[in-house]
Each structure stands twice: as C-alpha cells, then as structure tokens.
Design a protein around this ligand. Sequence first.
Ligand code: ATP
Length: 620
Amino acid sequence: MPPPGGRLGPGYLTDEEKKNRPKVTKALLKRIFSYMKPYWKQFGLVLLAILFSSVMTLMPSVLTGKIIDEGLIARSMSSLVKYIILSFVVTFAANLIGILESYLNTWIAQHITFDMRNTMYKHLQKMSQRFFTTNNQGDIITRMTSDISGVQQIITSTLTSIISNSITLVVALVVMFRENWILALIGVIIVPLFTIPTRSAGKTRWSITKESQACSDEINGILNETMSVSGQLLVKLFGMEEKEYSRYEAVNKKMINLNIRESMAGRWFRMALNTFTNIGPMLIYLVGGIIMMKYDSTVTVGQITVLVALLGKMYGPVNQLLNIQVDWIRSMAMFTRIFEYYDMPVEIENSPDAIIPDHADGEVEFRHVRFYYEPDREILKDISFELEKGKCIAIVGPSGSGKSTLINLIPRMYDAIDGEVLFDGVNVKDLDLAFLRENIGIVSQETYLFNGTIRDNLLYAKPDATDEELINACKQANIYEFIENQETGLDTVVGNRGLKLSGGEKQRISIARILLKDPALMIFDEATSALDSISEQKIQDAIEPLIESRTSILIAHRLSTILAADEILVVKDGEIVERGTHSDLIDDGGVYAQLYETQFSKAAVKGEEKFEYTEGEDME
Ligand code: ATP
C-alpha cells in the first residue's frame, strides 16, 4: 500500500507500490482534473506567480557577478551600490510573490480537499450497515483524513514543484551557458552526482519512516482499545493492567529506537549532501581558474562566481524533479484509492420513482423472506408473517436466531435477498427511504446516545420540539422523575455514548426519543441484559401504553411483554417455528410451551419474570 497521505516519501517506490502501480488512464486524469476545474482562475494566478518568483530568485546570483566585476574589481562605488540595491529589491519582490503563491496554493488545495471530504462524507452516509460492520472504523477515518490530506500535498507540492523546478532549471541553464559554456558543461556533469547520495540516504530513511509509521499505528491501536471506557473496564475486570502496560511499553520502546535511527539517517544524509555541495563549487573554481589563467583571459571572476551561485540553485530542483515521477505515481495511487471509495456502490438506495404515501399505518408483511450476511450462512429462511394496523407482534426465540436481523429488514438497514418485505402493502424497496424511516421507530437493545445533554439527544428525533413536548415524552417514558432529580435537568450531560447513565435510564431516554418521533410503526428490541426489576418495571410501564396505541413489533424476553402482544412468533434458526397467542401456544404444547415451562417457571421461582434463553440452549 502506498504511504498514507501527507507523508509522501522520497524518490523511490516500494516493492508494493511498484506492484500496485495505478493505471493512469485518461478517465482518471479527467476525473482528477474535474476537481481542479472550478479553481482554474486561481491556478492561472499561481502559474504566473511561480514564473515570476522562480526567475527572480535566480536574479541575485546573476547580480553577484556584476557586483564583483563591475563594482568590486572595477572599484566603482556607484555600480556596487546599484547592484546591491537591485539585488535586495529583487529578492524582496521574489519573496513577496512567493507568499502570494503559497497563499493561493494553500487556498486551492484546501478548497479541493474540502470538496472531496464533503463528497466522501455524503457518499459514506449512503452506505449500508454492511459497509460499517465490515469495514474497520479506523480505515474509514484514514481515508477521510490522511488520504484526502495527501491530495492537498499533491497540489501544494507535487504540482507546483514540477512547474517551478522546471522553470528554475531552464533559466539557470540558459544563463550558465551564456556566461561560459565550458563551466556550464562541468556544472551539468556535476549536478547529477549530488543527487546520488541524496537518493540513497533517502531510501534508508524512508524504510525507517515506514517502520515507525507501522509502529505508531500499533500504538494508536493499543490506545484506542485500552483507553476507551469499555476497554478500560475490561482491562480492570480481568486484571490485565500489567500485561497491557508491558505490551504498550514494548511498542513504545520499539518506537524510540526507530526514531533515533531515523534521526541518525538524517544526519548521514546531511553529511553526504554537505560534502558534495562543497566539492561542486570547488571544481568550478578550479576549472574556471585554469581557464582564466591559462587559456582565456576574458573569463572574469564575476562569471565564475555566477556559475558557482547558479550551480547551488540547481541542486534542489534537479533532486526534486528526479523524484517527481515517484510523487506522480504515488499521487495517482492516492487518487485511485479515494475514487475507489467514491465508486463503492450504494447498496440501499432510493428507487428513482420511489413512492411517498401521504400517511402511514405501520403495517408490515414478510413474504417468503430469505436473508444472509454471508452467502454460506443463511440467517433468515422463508419468513412470512403479517402485522395489521394497531396490532402488536412479539418475536421470541433464542439468542442468535435472527430476531434483530429480521427487524432490520423493515427500515432497510439491509435488503432481503429473496422474498418481499412490505410496509403498508408496498415493497419497502419501492418506498421513499426517508418516508419509510421516518415512520419507523426502533428502540434497540444497545441504546446509542451522542455525547451531549439529554435535551440534545431528545431533540435529535424532533429538532423543533418545545420543552413541554420534551417533558411530556419523558413523563410517558417514565424518565422524567430521574431528569427532575438531576441538578441540570434536561441539560444533564450524558457522557461519552451515554455512559454516564445506567442501562435502564438510557433505554427510557431512547423511548422518550421515539415518542417524540411518533412513528407509525414502533419496534422494541427488549434488552437481554439484566436490569433490576424496578428498572424493568419502569420500562415496561413506559412501553405498554405505546403498544396499546400503535402498530408494534416487540422482540420480547419478559413474559409481561409477551403477554401484551396480539400474536407471538417463535423464531428458531431463522425460521418461524410456531405462532399464535400465548394461550394457543401453551395449549399446543410445542416449543413455546416447553420454553415457558422450563424457562419462565424457573425464572418465576427465582422471582424474575424473565423469559430468558441461555446460549446454545436447545428448544426441542
Ligand atoms: P439476540 O437475541 O442475541 O439479540 P438475535 O436473534 O437478534 O439475537 P441476530 O442479531 O439477528 O440474532 O443475529 C442472527 C445471526 O446473524 C447471529 O448468528 C449473528 O452472528 C449473525 N449476524 C448478526 N449481525 C451480523 C453481521 N452484521 N454480519 C454477519 N453476521 C451477523
């Protein structure tokens, strides 16, 4: 993989980069160009600025010759002062233009990255749950941040470096050859010699940098895992502090060694460069001196000085231009990777002629629905059921039987592989996505709250809700008492992912949030995690009136919740094995009855009215 953005390496490609050399097609270039096109005026200005500043930075070198020949050697005070002032003015102007150039450059680069980041964010928002469950969160963030930042560097450095270095080089060569062709020729032969140590030192340095990047990623990984709320909890509960510390210390140690090596590689690199840059001028002085003293007395000291000065200005550009091809390939790879993300198909998309009904009843029907995450493991097999307006279905079944998967198909978090999911009689794939999701409210097992206040979290469902509405919803969700007892009331901060609240409190806040949303279909994925009986009762009291008044689906674990439903679906291994009311199912004496006998009565003895399955438990 090419190095992450913002850290373009020196002038050679790694084996992997060579292997994955991007195909630079006309279409790719056109696509890259399309991001630059809106800023063509600014690009034009940059070009002009580069042109001026590159020529002007060379001027003082040329003027040095005049200062020596016409000022110092000719002993003319006026010429001396004139050229010195001119030199000063030109340098000043060149730097001034340089500032303008870098401002424009940064401006363009920032705007292009801004556009690209926004496009990426918007695109990723459309990606399905599958994308987010399959892709590592870190990878997504890396593409969003470093990869796109890499683009910034391409524009501010690669692109301008090609232009400015070429100009500097051409102008320097023309002036040198005009001054003295023999000395210029020597210069041309010498310059490539300087680039050899630069390149080989750069190679070593780069391989160390890569190692330290990997090391730094590892450190970040450890920090991410162990310095998070849940991670720390796990570390503490399993008493792994020492082990985690030594893991961290070991990587940290590796990192400092790499840093020391990297810094030393830099030293050698500078030493080599210094030696060579010192030898170059000496060679010109020597050959220039020989020519001047033995063969051609018209050659002046000033000319020799100009050549030495211009030679000095050529190292940088030659070196950079030699690296350009690599930068170019790397840039193309970076763009290719960004575009790869852009081109990822949107799995769940609004159909072009999506239907937007004027109201929703929340009716649901599954017709022979099949679903899998991975083709080799079917999760739902031929699921069919119907939920009428105002009715309530309870889904029960062992953990992993596919209950959450089933309800995720209704708001199209995933699409059924086969069969149809209908909402109010219309296939969900034909309905407007926004309409569909607006009319479905899910209180999931894992309640997610953003880090903010209770109010912020509630307003997420209805941004324009009044305080009265918020309080009403909280009262109905049985959480108002808790909020009232907080010093800051609705403005109480819930903490990172709501972790400052208990599981039951979070769930009741999420019920209040759903109440504000007021959906036609209400789905409640009852938490399997143990809540104390008071919390459970409070949640129960909150959801019961909800079920009464609207179409709802409950993934139920508590008997009282199950009893509140009009129909019970027993799901096992992705199939509905039984259906009916509680009394029907008990009478049938099947799986449900058995479950009721073994699980519920056991729990009832312990005083927990909980319909709980233990993992791997067989229901037959
Ligand atoms: P529980 O009662 O424990 O919540 P459940 O009945 O809701 O369980 P699901 O969450 O629907 O079960 O999971 C059904 C099966 O699908 C499980 O075996 C699970 O491992 C698998 N599964 C769930 N989500 C994914 C996913 N995103 N990718 C791949 N497999 C998944």
